[in-house]
Ligand binder design. Structure first.
Ligand code: EPU
Length: 417
């Protein structure tokens, strides 16, 4: 298992290029199941999750290549309709095979995802949506079995705007007979990206990016070629790094318009931003101002930036609060940040962070993708050496993070033990 050794404190300078968005790529790979040909995606990040999704597609019988950031998937002749436990337990997004398989092949068997490192993450809304479209769903020995002769359009009202449920229902509804409506749909850029690509393949979708998506079913989706949007969470993580280290860096090939809630909060902390269409320059302040952050559904502050924001606020001049309204248990980074000397009190889903003048390097354990990136950010400002264990979590979601940080001047190295 690899670890990172970070020696701080450090200042960053220069520019960094953001990779393609993990959470956009994963559904775009399984959406190829809906087509009868070879789909190509460019700007695909080299991540463990990308590799896991490719492995899943190969297990289903697809032919896949991944070279120089381009993935080609030919899922026209699948030989299996099962996503096994061994893959689903390493990547919950394997559930994105469910909607496309049942829509195109009339059956799917996908291992039921369990909880994750920070608590329960149900998929009931995915299943309710597919069942409203006419799929018969049963749970059999830990597997979701979905079958349908033909899906039929339906009106589905989501009680919460779940990204995953919106994505799965959308992928199924494009091949359903008639019209479907998803009310209270997720508005995240990754959902809009999926709709854009499906429309390029001939799907009849309207309203993506709003709370009401309507879908007119078609009989087939044509193969597509598409360049994936930049990863907004990776860009936000670098912006947080600049602010907390008091550095100036330019973040290239990003979409600042997807990050406005994060930029607003980092500005309140004293960060200065010069924003272009596809880049931004971030300057960190001499002293970080405290602020209060609440996560919510897009366009609110993303839960995927909550841990990194807490790392920023650990060094602020005063007290801040961070409330996670999307995942009330997503706080596994808190005990680890405390090991560096951070003063964080947790009360339910509210963390009260009292800024301290100095963090000290210590051995830490990474627990999930975003918690891990928060630990690395904190290690950049901590005095002395921090060893971050179990960084395979980072490799799931950040492409070449240590190389990008090294190029910005950070003292970070990967140790393979
Ligand atoms: N929810 C339900 N029932 C469901 C689905 C969701 O109650 O069937 C609830 C969840 O418990 C949560 C809320 O709805 O409170 C939102 O969850 P959502 O379904 O939107 O999350 P997700 O689709 O499972 C995606 C990202 C996560 C990100 C969340 C929230 C992917 C592959 N994953 O998960 O990303 O945190 O949206 O924005 O897109 C990450 O990249 O590190 C990551 C965890």
């Amino acid at each position: 298992m690899d670890s990172f050794i970070v020696r701080g404190p450090c200042r960053l300078e220069g520019s960094v290029e953001v990779s393609g968005a993990k959470n956009a790529v994963l559904p775009l790979i399984t959406a190829s199941i809906l087509t009868g040909g070879c789909c190509t995606l460019d700007n695909v990040p080299e991540l463990r999750d990308t590799r896991t999704m490719i492995k899943l597609m190969e297990m289903l019988g697809a032919t896949v290549s991944f070279e120089n950031g381009t993935v080609s998937v030919d899922a026209s002749h699948l030989t299996s309709h099962e996503a096994p436990y061994d893959l689903v337990r390493t990547m919950r997004a394997s559930i994105y095979a469910l909607g496309p398989l049942v829509a195109r092949y009339g059956r799917a068997r996908v291992s039921m995802p369990g909880g994750c490192a920070w608590g329960p993450r149900p998929v009931n809304l995915h299943l309710q949506g597919l069942s409203a479209l006419g799929a018969a769903i049963k749970i059999d020995h830990g597997y979701i079995d979905a079958t349908a002769e033909k899906l039929r359009g339906a009106e589905i009202v989501l009680p919460v705007p779940s990204v995953g449920a919106t994505v799965n229902i959308l992928m199924a509804a494009v091949l359903a007979e008639g019209r479907s409506v998803i009310e209270n749909a997720a508005r995240e850029p990754e959902v809009v990206e999926l709709a854009t690509v499906l429309k390029e393949g001939g799907a009849g979708i309207e309203g993506e990016g709003t709370t009401r998506i309507s879908i007119e079913g078609v009989s087939e989706i044509s193969p597509y070629r598409h360049r994936v949007i930049p990863d907004r969470i990776e860009a936000g993580t670098f912006a947080a790094a600049a602010v907390m280290t008091g550095s100036e860096i330019t973040i290239r090939t990003c979409r600042p318009d997807h990050l406005m809630a994060v930029i607003d909060k980092l500005r309140q902390c004293g960060g200065e931003f010069e924003i272009g269409d596809d880049h931004m320059t971030v300057r960190g302040p001499a002293r970080i101002a405290p602020t209060d952050v609440e996560t919510g559904f897009y366009p609110s502050f993303p839960t995927d930036m909550q841990a990194q924001m807490m790392a920023v606020l650990a060094g602020a001049d005063g007290s801040s609060t961070v409330t996670d309204r999307v995942y009330p248990d997503r706080f596994t980074h808190v005990p680890e940040l405390r090991r560096l000397g951070a003063d964080i009190k947790l009360d339910g889903n509210i963390a009260v962070i009292t800024g301290v003048g100095r963090l000290e390097g210590a051995p830490l354990m990474a627990t999930d993708i975003r918690a891990s990136s928060a630990l690395i950010l904190a290690a950049l400002v901590a005095e002395g050496e921090t060893k971050v264990l179990r960084i395979y979590h980072i490799d799931r979601g950040y492409e070449n993070l240590e190389k990008k940080l090294q190029a910005l001047g950070a003292d970070i190295e990967r140790i393979t033990e």
